[in-house]
Design a protein around this ligand. Structure first.
Ligand code: KIV
Ligand code: ZN
Length: 516
């Protein structure tokens, strides 16, 4: 049977980024956008340009950097929003403007205070204005699942006549249930006379845990675009998860008869990058990408899998990019072997990036007997996380013990000069973090508040690398820090230093803007 293509529209950088604690800086957004392109998503919703100068800048930067995927910006149905969006997308090879207005009675009456006629008029004007910037215009009926079907058909017909090429029907509040939502999408498609001139899309929220099921049912009833986010991040309980929907379509082709352009082998890498960048851990039992997703604990299952994998495995972990070989590298592995393995793991490192990663790998070999694939991936992730840091970790000596005040001596490299400072505190992590603040100078002393600290071993073994992820607040903003080392104290200091680098960069950028 012929397979229909479903457009994958990713909103990790817009709806995902706007969820609590998930904000990313410019460099992080660009890295995620490049990974999304590698993953093969059709459309990257890069941000909401009018919402802040930072969002405008990141949409602009992503638009200029991405060539394969379409880059999209969000705009309310207002002149100011659409102009900002059009401006930010100017440099894109393929640009889409996504404009939206609410269509449910409750939103029109209480939020917009507009009549249905005014809403239709505004939608049409906005789409026409967006068309002056790009041919590719998406129109969303916000809160569609609680809107009246006859009104939806009316506004959608007008939107398509005005030039909208994609019509999105969001379940904004995550209220729908699958058997109802699919029928609802079909009713709008069937009730709109010109529906054949647009692609119908859905955007489901996960408040009742049904975003993926609702999206699948919509595809079953005619939708051909799904809006998703990596790891399912997004407002409140999040959006439809990219990895779950793509693997459901892939695994159940027999039932759904649809394909996507996603390179599934990039799924694991992409999800890991977003988890790390947003500092949102992936639960062990998370479908597709959780640590336990391919583990078989019960004896009966293990026995079955050993006899024939398919007895209990419906997907192959390698198909989503989980390395099954786990090649071991060590002290005697040369640069060529390292380069080849990194390439096999999806990292095509060149020039300085290769040299630095190889240097870190060699240092790790001195501290850890066997270097596994997960160690290598963690090394590259740590390099990426610290790429913009002006304060670089150099060394740390800690003296600590039971019933002792801990002393930390920290060395940090700034402008090629190593500054060293010693501090005392109750515990060793506290002492190391205090030393970081001392090095920055008196204006930053006590200015940061660490409100989340997570530590995880990358592999098994007592010589494993520890990954420390923290959240630090500074002037009401949250900054994520990431640190990696075989020493948990070093990983903690690096993580704190990384978060503080981001806070200081942000501070300096803000001051610069004020001066301009
Ligand atoms: O949830 C929603 O309705 C949205 C729209 C802007 C598409 O995010
Ligand atoms: Zn949303």
């Amino acid at each position: 049977m012929e397979q229909d293509k479903v457009v994958i529209f990713d909103t990790t950088l817009r709806d995902g980024e706007q969820s609590p604690g998930c904000s990313m800086n410019l460099t992080e957004k660009l890295a995620v956008a490049k990974q999304l392109e590698k993953l093969g998503v059709d459309v990257i919703e890069a941000g909401f340009p009018v919402s802040s100068p930072g969002d405008f800048e990141s949409v602009k930067m992503i638009a200029e950097a991405i060539t394969e995927s379409t880059v999209c910006g969000l705009a309310r149905a207002t002149k100011k929003d659409i102009e900002a969006c059009g401006e930010a997308l100017k440099g894109a090879k393929k640009a889409r403007i996504h404009t939206f207005i609410a269509t449910s009675p409750i939103h029109m009456e209480y939020k917009l205070k507009m009549s249905p006629d005014e809403v239709v008029k505004r939608a049409v004007e906005s789409i026409k204005l967006a068309k002056t910037y790009t041919d590719d215009v998406e129109f969303s009926c916000e809160d569609a699942s609680r809107s009246e079907i006859p009104f939806l058909c009316r506004i959608v017909e007008a939107a398509i006549d005005a030039g909208a090429t994609t019509i999105n029907l969001p379940d904004t509040v995550g209220y729908a249930v699958p058997w109802e939502f699919g029928k609802f999408v079909k009713a709008v498609i069937d009730g709109t006379p010109n529906s054949d001139k647009a692609v119908f899309s859905v955007h489901c929220h996960n408040d009742l845990g049904m975003a993926v099921a609702n999206s699948l049912d919509a595809v079953h009833h005619g939708a051909r675009q799904i809006e998703v986010a990596l790891n399912g991040i997004g407002e409140r309980a999040g959006n439809t998860s990219l990895e779950e929907i793509v693997m459901a379509l892939e695994t159940r082709k027999d039932e759904l008869h649809c394909t996507t352009g996603i390179n599934t082998k990039e799924i694991y890498r992409s999800c890991r990058l977003v988890s790390q960048t947003t500092n949102m851990p992936i639960p062990a039992n998370k479908a597709i990408i959780g640590r336990n997703a391919f583990l078989h604990e019960s004896g009966i299952h293990q026995d079955g899998v050993l006899k024939k994998k398919e007895t209990y495995e419906i997907m192959n972990p390698a198909s989503i990019g989980i390395s099954v070989e786990n090649l071991v590298l060590g002290k005697h592995s040369g640069r060529h072997a390292f380069h080849v393995r990194m390439k096999e793991l999806g990292f095509d490192l060149e020039g300085d990036a290769l040299l630095n990663a190889f240097e870190d790998f060699k240092k790790l070999c001195d501290r850890k007997k066997e270097v596994l694939d997960d160690d290598l991936i963690a090394l590259v992730d740590a390099q990426m996380a610290t790429a913009d840091d002006s304060y670089e970790f150099d060394h740390l000596y800690v003296f600590t013990g039971t019933d002792l005040t801990s002393t930390a001596t920290l060395g940090v490299k700034v402008d090629d000069e190593v500054k060293e400072i010693a501090t005392l505190a109750d515990g060793p992590v506290d002492a190391a973090c205090k030393a970081v603040e001392e090095i920055l100078g008196p204006q930053y002393r006590g200015a940061f508040d660490m409100h989340s600290y997570r530590i995880e071993a990358i592999t098994g073994g007592t010589d494993a690398q520890a990954e420390v992820n923290i959240k630090v607040s500074y002037k009401d903003k949250t900054f994520n820090g990431h640190g990696l080392s075989t020493s948990i104290l070093e990983a903690s200091a690096k993580s704190y230093l990384n978060a503080i680098n981001k806070a200081v960069n942000w501070d300096q950028m803000n001051h610069k803007k004020e001066e301009d």
